[in-house]
Design a protein around this ligand. Structure first.
Ligand SMILES: Cc1cc2nc3c(=O)[nH]c(=O)nc-3n(C[C@H](O)[C@H](O)[C@H](O)COP(=O)(O)OP(=O)(O)OC[C@H]3O[C@@H](n4cnc5c(N)ncnc54)[C@H](O)[C@@H]3O)c2cc1C
Length: 295
């Protein structure tokens, strides 16, 4: 039974509220996931600590070396932010395809991580961006890799009764590009049948680093490391690229799902979607990350 709804005016105050309740309160941001949990009686807390009034969680800062996005930035704000559009294309495209206009105005990036859905659009895009997750808890502030924030399906390593995700920090690598693709069966509020993100940047020694991300596969966005190695040798001719992607995706285990379709269908979509995004990445195409195969 929730007894108190506490609206924090600063990060310090939010932490004071959480500390006071010693694990019996829960952070609330846009509440788009939390309300579903409350309706289904899955969310138990004595108090909610609303962080939507905490200004320091709502900024996008850019410096010479990195972009720091506050955990309270909404998907609507991500979609419209000029720096995100310019520097983090995958994230901007993910924000555009996520949910519906109403959901995008409320849903935050922090909640997208802590809800730990394997195909959460924001986190699929983030996985292609070499991001570090910043948080504050009883032991002070710390940084984690995105992958290490996932515990199991729908459960993150972040204890939102004691910890607050504060920001996502993305280095501004040399010649970095990233793109996002999504296949869904209707325009808004549709689960992705498959979503994917790709990213590449030049390292200091002049070689390239790439990320190829696909979801939903396991309990977090899946990084296709073997395919990264296979494609590290330089540009391939288009047919050869397609065959390499197909070979690697063929080896992955997809589940048949009532809402997302058969494993075989999703595998075919995954190959096509990944191929489209890698072509965009390699040739820096500017078209939007929506599959031509969308119904
Ligand atoms: C109709 C509908 C459509 C949707 N469509 C999509 C979609 O297309 N793609 C997609 O990715 N998601 C979708 N979602 C899921 C949801 O909107 C996102 O996951 C959203 O980003 C959650 O953010 P929030 O701010 O609403 O989180 P909340 O609901 O406020 O919180 C979710 C969880 O995160 C915790 N939390 C929130 N912020 C923090 C923080 N800063 N630090 C610590 N813990 C925190 C809360 O305690 C809670 O456990 C949809 C949801 C609905 C209801």
């Amino acid at each position: 039974m929730v007894e108190r709804y506490l609206k924090a005016g600063s990060l310090v105050e939010a932490m004071q509220f959480l500390n006071h309740y010693e694990g019996r309160a829960r952070v609330v941001a846009g509440a788009t996931d939390l309300w579903v949990g409350i309706k289904n009686h899955n969310t138990k807390a004595e108090a909610f600590v609303d962080i939507t009034g905490v200004d320091e969680l709502k900024t996008v800062e850019i410096s010479k070396d990195y972009i720091r996005i506050g955990s309270g930035v909404t998907f609507h704000e991500l979609e419209k932010n000029v720096q995100i559009q310019k520097n983090l294309r995958a994230l901007q495209e993910a924000a555009r395809w996520m949910g519906s206009p109403q959901i995008r105005r409320m849903a935050t990036l922090g909640g997208n991580l802590v809800s730990a859905q394997p195909a959460a659009d924001g986190m699929v895009a983030m996985s292609a961006l070499d991001v570090a997750v910043e948080m504050v808890g009883p032991d002070g502030t710390k940084r984690r890799t995105l992958e290490s924030c996932y515990k199991t399906f729908g459960e993150s390593m972040i204890d939102s009764s004691r910890e607050i995700v504060t920001a996502f920090v993305i280095p501004l690598h040399n010649q970095a590009h990233s793109y996002f693709g999504r296949f869904h069966l209707r325009e808004a509020n549709a689960l992705p049948v498959i979503n994917c993100a790709v990213g590449a940047w030049m390292k200091e020694d002049g070689s390239w680093e790439s990320r190829y991300i696909l979801a939903p596969l396991g309990y977090h966005p899946a990084r296709l490391r073997a395919m990264e190695d296979a494609l590290a040798g330089g540009l391939l001719e288009e047919r050869e690229l397609y065959d390499t992607i197909e070979k690697h995706i063929e080896e992955l285990t997809f589940r048949t799902s009532l809402v997302r379709g058969s494993a075989e269908f999703r595998k075919q979509i995954a190959v096509q979607l990944m191929h489209e995004q890698i072509i965009r990445l390699w040739y820096n195409h500017e078209q939007e990350g929506e599959s031509d195969a969308k119904h």
